[in-house]
Design a protein around this ligand. Structure first.
Ligand code: NAD
Length: 480
């Protein structure tokens, strides 16, 4: 949320999403009725339930919003945080609608949340609370494989998703598709390989695609590749950790700043992401980490000189009170809504390029889609084809080896070619391939609009145009 002491009035998260939506639809020719239908959130269910814990009854408040049902099931994560409220859940549900449309995941948009700090509770207590919340949602079909399929978000992960899936299964003992009622489950409980890291992996693929386009790099005043680029990441949770890990370990980027709840770490020579993650697990925060300088006011680090800024924690962290001081020429919104509508305008004027949330963090829902399909088809991806693929590759390799013998070894294969080529794609390879393809195609759809229309000045507006067009077409096809 935006800081209370912001000098200028800041719209709420939902208002911010609406402002950005309005900017985009002003460039479209939708009828006012259809425009309004797409903008509004269809329904928000609020539930208050009591759980007996530590000898007393504790009341919890939860939400599940359904933004758009132009496609069903609707999809969106469940967040556990003390700041959860109706405005936030509705904003996140709207973003899910646009995100799913942009990456062509066949879902409407939804989101849920529970006002709770998960760190306040023991694991068995959290299980009781989660199961009760799941019960309240499932009995109203707000968790259902064909109507509403949650996933992890801030404060939740595969553990919570496994509890939710089990709770649904207990309530629907004859539903053969019960595993598809939620995604982001552990692999041994119906999940899919590569889901945990999918959102961070998607951020990496998005940046790789951005860096393939000279014109786009030029717009941000950047050049070259991701190697050596100085990256600051806010939030070393699921999304931020995986994005920072892959960028530093696979693309050669330097993580020069890590911002967490209890301050920030800074080192221009690069910070070891895994070492910091281990430190946080052991000590509960970044303070005291020995191999980088620590500052208590973490948010200040958003403003340091760097090449790429990755906000991967909360919404509204880049707002009208600090936007002017942000130096990064490229921001990739790994979190949902980290840049407010007002800040977005300021940053655009400064020439900063923003890769918008609805695209940047769509890796999660993309792989969730694969998981849902896997659950409905009741078979792991690659199970049927893998060995057949290997057998065909074996044919080619043995033919090459025969020629090699005939030519008396005047040429030979690269040492690890055989081993690499022979290997048929398993589930993880297929998930990565599907995710990479999705991130590339969606980026290309956005940049096409960005560069071909003089009235579209930024990637966010382009993203909205692409996705609103798809949602509108789908409503029109339904006869609305
Ligand atoms: P998470 O709970 O795993 O991690 C959040 C991290 O941010 C934690 O390490 C937390 O300590 C840190 N944090 C919290 N408040 C902070 C603050 N004020 N300053 C700095 N750091 C702070 O959550 P996540 O799943 O990584 O989600 C992060 C963002 O990504 C959210 O906006 C979420 O909606 C979005 N997102 C997540 C997924 C997913 O698959 N998990 C998918 C799409 C979008």
């Amino acid at each position: 949320m935006a800081p209370k002491d912001a000098a200028l009035p800041e719209p709420s998260f939902r208002e911010s999403v609406d402002i950005m939506f309005n900017r985009a639809v002003a460039l479209m020719d939708l009828s006012p009725g259809l425009e309004e239908k797409i903008r509004v959130c269809n329904a928000t269910y609020t539930v208050r339930f009591g759980v007996r814990l530590r000898g007393a009854i504790h009341t919890f408040v939860g939400y599940r919003s359904v933004h758009s049902e132009h496609m069903e099931p609707v999809k969106g994560g469940i967040r556990y945080a003390t700041g959860v409220n109706q405005d936030e859940v509705e904003a996140l549900a709207a973003l899910m609608t646009y995100k799913c449309a942009l990456v062509e995941a066949p879902f409407g948009g939804s989101k849920g949340g529970l006002c709770i700090d998960p760190r306040d509770w023991e694991e068995h207590e959290l299980e009781q609370i989660t199961r009760r919340f799941a019960y309240e949602l499932a009995k109203r079909d707000l968790i259902n494989p064909s109507q509403n399929v949650p996933a992890p978000d801030m404060g939740t992960g595969e553990r919570e998703m496994a509890w939710i899936a089990d709770q649904y299964r207990r309530m629907n003992t004859t539903d053969i598709n019960s595993a598809a009622c939620v995604t982001g489950k552990p692999v041994n409980a119906g999940g899919i390989q590569g889901r945990t890291e999918a959102t961070g992996r998607g951020v990496q693929y998005a940046l790789q695609e951005f860096f393939r386009h000279e014109e786009d790099k030029k717009a941000a005043g950047l050049s070259g590749t991701l190697a050596g680029k100085r990256v600051v990441v806010q939030g070393l949770g699921n999304v931020g950790y995986h994005a920072a890990k892959f960028l530093s370990q696979e693309d050669g980027s330097k993580i020069t700043g890590i911002i967490e709840r209890d301050g920030a770490l800074h080192d221009e020579d690069g910070i070891d992401v895994d070492a910091v993650r281990d430190w946080i697990v052991k000590h509960g925060g970044v303070a005291g980490y020995p191999d980088a300088s620590h500052r208590v006011n973490g948010a200040e680090l958003l403003e340091i000189d760097c090449d790429i800024l990755i906000p991967a924690a909360l919404e509204g962290v880049i707002n009208m009170s600090n936007a002017e001081r942000i130096k990064a020429p490229l921001i990739i919104e790994a979190a949902n809504g980290p840049v407010t509508a007002g800040a977005d305008e300021i940053l655009q004027k400064k020439g900063c390029v923003i890769i918008p949330d609805m695209y940047a963090n769509a890796g999660g829902v993309t792989v969730s889609y694969f998981e849902w399909v896997k659950n409905l088809s009741h078979i792991r991806f690659g199970r049927m084809q893998r060995r057949a693929e290997e057998a065909r590759h074996e044919l080619i390799v043995s033919e090459l080896e025969r020629l090699d013998d005939m030519l008396e070894h005047r040429w030979s294969m690269t040492p690890d070619f055989k081993q690499k080529y022979l290997r048929g794609a398993g589930e993880l390879e297929l998930v990565r391939s599907g995710l990479d393809d999705t991130m590339r195609s969606a980026y290309q759809a956005m940049r096409e609009v960005w560069h071909s229309r003089a009235d579209v000045k930024d990637l966010r507006t382009a993203a909205y145009l692409v996705s609103i067009r798809k949602v509108a077409d789908s409503y029109r096809a339904k006869g609305l």
